[in-house]
Each structure stands twice: as structure tokens, then as C-alpha cells.
Design a protein around this ligand. Sequence first.
Ligand code: URA
Ligand code: CA
Length: 433
Amino acid sequence: MTMRMVDIIAKKRDGKHLSKEEIHFVIDGYTNGQIPDYQMSAFLMAVFFQGMSSNETAKLTMAMVKSGDQIDLSGIEGVKVDKHSTGGVGDTTTLILAPLVSALGIPVAKMSGRGLGHTGGTIDKLEAVQGFHVEISEQQFIELVNQNKIAVVGQSGNLTPADKKIYSLRDVTATVNSIPLIASSIMSKKIAAGADAIVLDVKVGAGAFMKQLDDARELANAMVEIGNQVGRKTLAVISNMEQPLGYAVGNALEVKEAIETLQGKGPADLHELCLVLGSKMVVLAGKANSEEEARTMLEEVIANGKALQVFKQFLSAQGGDPSVVDDVTKLPQATYQIPVNSTESGYISGIVADEIGVAAMLLGAGRATKESEIDLSVGIVLHKKIGDAVEAGESIATIYSNTEEVDDVINRIMKAYDYSKDKPSPMPLIYNL
Ligand code: URA
Ligand code: CA
């Protein structure tokens, strides 16, 4: 009997489980244009309300993986561990983690994108280093990773086309916020990019996709289950995104912060999150037996300069000027530095991360549309984080800008900060799964 989309929609609408064949029928049919948007919209809404079992979600993920190219990293020796963050504000962890775990001999074969958002993607940030480029062939990419244990390449054009098409449809049918749909979307891209093992950083809080801890936990567990069901070892961390991570939000500014963190002088929260995520990567790569042991190894390559050395070698292998590491003034510099001063005295009780992110984007640090040009030099550096004491008139942030017309940006930053008379109790950076 030939399958019909209408029957599959009805089956999911009634809360029944779909078979592998039915899931492939939907994904393949939608990707190649045989299933129209209106049927796919109804299907997505049925999934939104009825959910999917972990088994169905794993099948959905693999159907999306198979909709396009799969990167073959088998030419690279060792366990290829990838890391993914569900997105926050000022998240510079990839720039730090890549050289950090590579310094322990773990191959880092990173495929990265530009994308939309408050600041650029990893590639945009790296392009703040004069000469650095990711236009290398797949062959060169694999050779570089074998040689140096680290390389970054731009995203292949035809990775998970099913996800691209479905994500656009979800965006306009109010079906983005569904755990099985988010989990399969994220995991399909990681798996297609060739990862053997995956560490996930699921953000929770005002500046994150998941505002509530319960939802973040559910998403993290769904992704871990997908990974484990399809043979990619997966670990997850839930981390706080109530306020931006670190102090810097902007491309060149975040590269500078990454260099400082690799020197062991980074912001405490960024440093800690990198050690937590890095330890899990080291364990999955089979280089340590426990996260404690892995952490000691990571602390050592920060302290002895090896991680920084790897970062320099990585930059220069892809055309970049490694001397920026010793002289960060060689990074793109904004013309103006404009302070934002507190109007209140007391303690900082909140910093709405999203508002800081939008403020950075208004300065030109991120893309509002695919066509927008990024200004790598601009952004915001916070001076106060949650729990810090502040006096009226004291600077809470500095705006790095190429225009003096920044009233909007100042207002947003002022609005993002909340104050209290008493010191707020400390918030955890990492939550248990
Ligand atoms: N990020 C993704 O890649 N997919 C989603 O569905 C949500 C966030
Ligand atoms: Ca930061």
C-alpha cells in the first residue's frame, strides 16, 4: 500500500508512534517538494502538540541527516569531538575550547557558520585576525587537522537541507518551540558534520532560547538520547544565560577575551564554563578517565602556554597573523569608546542578556539579515556583572563604536541593568541535568 501524507498527519494528530518508513516518507517528500507546505505545517503542529518518543526523534534526526551531504572525517585519526551551544550572548567558548582541547592532542575538525544574531559566528570572529580565512578544500581541511590537530572550515552548502526547509516553515507556523523538533534540528547538523562524539551546552535564562530550567533539562536529555541512540556519545551541560557570558560582546572584543582566557586571565564564568565543557570533551575523546583528571590536564595547558601556542599555530596555518595574540591592538579597533554610567547605587541584580545582545547588534556587531555586513571592531564591554557593587556615576559598560550617535544603544544597556539594595545571592553557572 502506498503511503499517504494525510494518514501520517492523522496518526500523529492522534498521538500514535510513527515508523521509520513513515518518518522518511515525510522528510524525503518534503525535502524534494512532493509534500506541500500545508501538509507539512499540519504535521509539525501535530508533533508540537503530541510530541515524539525518543525513538521517533532519533529516526527523525537520521532522516534529516540523510537528506543532504554527510562529512566524512574518517581520514582524521582519533575521536572527533564536537561541541554545540544552543546560543547565548557573548558566548566565546568555541574560540577557547578549540585550541584548548587540541593542545591535548584531540583532533578539532570544526565546521562553522556565520549565521544571524547579536554578534557574528565563530568564523566571523576569527576573521577579525588579519589574513585568517576558511576557504580551504575538504582535503586541505583533513590534512590540517591531521598535522596540527585543529582546523576550521566554512559550512558545506548542502548539509541537512531538510532542516533548513523545515526550520523556515516552523518559523512562520509557530512550531519552533517543540523539544523533539529543536533537538532533532540541532543534532542532525552535528551528526552530518561528522562528529563521533558531541558535548552540548544548553543555555537557560533570560538570554537563552530556553527560559526555564525544566525546559532546558528536557531539551538536553532529548539531545543526549538522540546521540546515544545513533551511536554518537553525547554529554550535556546546562549553563546560566541570565546575563552575558564573560564581559565582551562583539567580534574582535571576544577574540581579545578568548586570548586572555587562554592566558589564564579570562573572566571567571567564561573560564569555568570552558573547563567544564572541555573536561567532558577530553573524556569523550578517551584522553582521560574522569572529568577531574581532564580538568587538571586542561589547567596545565593553560598554565604552561601550550594552548596559546596551539592557537597561534592554528591562526597562521589558515593565513592569520599570529602576532595578534601578543599584541591585541592589532585586532580591528573602533574609533570611539563611550562609557555608560550607572544612575543608581547598590548592587547589580540582573543584566537582561538579550538587551545587551541587541545593543551590540545595533552597533553593527551582528547580522539582522543574511545580507547585513558585520563591523568586527564594535561591541560592548561590561564592567559590572550580577552581584557587583556599584555607585551612581560609576561606569557599568563601555561602548566600542564607529559613530558617536549611540543614544539608542546607551538606553538599551541602561534598561538591561537591574539594581538591588542588598547583595543578591549568587546564581549557579552550571545546573545538573
Ligand atoms: N537551533 C536550531 O538549530 N534548531 C532549532 O530548532 C532551534 C534552535
Ligand atoms: Ca563574552
